[in-house]
Design a protein around this ligand. Sequence first.
Ligand SMILES: C[S@@+](CC[C@H](N)C(=O)[O-])C[C@H]1O[C@@H](n2cnc3c(N)ncnc32)[C@H](O)[C@@H]1O
Ligand code: SF4
Length: 377
Amino acid sequence: MTPLALYIHWPFCKSKCPYCDFNSHVREHVDMAAWHKTMLAELDYTASLIGEHKLVSIFFGGGTPSLMSPDTVAALIERAKVLWPSTAPIEITLEANPTSVEAGKFRAFRDAGINRVSLGIQSLKPESLTFLGREHSASEALAAIELAATIFPRYSFDLIYALPHQSVKEWESELSDALKLAGDHLSLYQLTIEENTAFHHAYHHKGAFSLPDEELGASLYEATQAIMNDAELRAYEISNHARAGYESRHNLAYWRGEVYAGVGPGAHGRLLIDGAWHATRTLKSPERWLENVQLHGHGLDENIILKTSERGQEYLMMALRLSEGVDLRRFELASLINHERMALYDSMGLLTRNAHHLTATDQGRLVLNRLVSELLV
Ligand SMILES: C[S@@+](CC[C@H](N)C(=O)[O-])C[C@H]1O[C@@H](n2cnc3c(N)ncnc32)[C@H](O)[C@@H]1O
Ligand code: SF4
């Protein structure tokens, strides 16, 4: 039976971080009972759309899903397991913000069925947390990691680097401190300036801060890889590091071009229905999504059938992010790729290939977007 990764999106946050372009909204009041009922309804609809699958993972993302009621989390997990039975234990992750209020709910989330938590720590330095507009302090961050380690079988946390004025030395020292607290997985993201964020305005229009140039960015990335390799938490994806066997099963489904379904506002899906790949997205506005599910049973805004070549292109883009690389036999990829360019980039040390696999080297990953678009010409 086809494996299924299930994504559930909670679109609310206590405040909007200045760098964030995720589908996250601040609302004074959220009708928790209505959201409970409506998310379950869209889950049922998804099952009627895709039929039988074997559930392999659930991921509660956001927004800030640690603001959800643990009862709602428990009900969604229970219903998903009924809709798509699975023989083996499945990975069930929740993204959590590390304020003390949310850490106070960790036990209830574990009892609801969460067995992996991903904490949005972002930095261990007070001045960086202030710059990033976070609601938590450095001591709350430490306390949340320590608590998560005692409560959940698996935990990970996110850090953002390449901040204004950050030197390689400073980042190396922060990362070494973080490693003392790390479990089997860490996500390390370079700060990017996204459109329609407060940082976009501050950086591009007001010149409020400067960022590391390309050269410093590359040095920060290389220093990160070296430290993480030494710690045996290798990059299995550009920004995601894990001890072997502790990769996020759920996120691998996106990068490996597998089936995933999205429930909740603005959630994406790649569904396999009667042999055809569908790209789905639900309504982004929480209010419109809620109303549509209440009226029609689902909040789907887009449901497009993808050609094999389109699916192949996105698979190439996603899977080249992985250290395991791309399987050229999938989605007729071998016929989509420019073989002369592939040989050229191989000789330049940007790619490595064998009979069926193509992998980007560390150098190649630094210019991945360009590499992918050139390979598809
Ligand atoms: C869905 S978001 C946030 C989850 C959770 N609400 C939180 O803030 O901790 C997942 C992660 O993406 C990263 N992220 C979001 N926007 C980013 C940006 N502009 N640059 C770098 N990393 C970013 C952050 O590390 C964040 O924890
Ligand atoms: S980074 Fe997390 S907490 Fe901040 S606005 Fe985005 S989703 Fe919400």
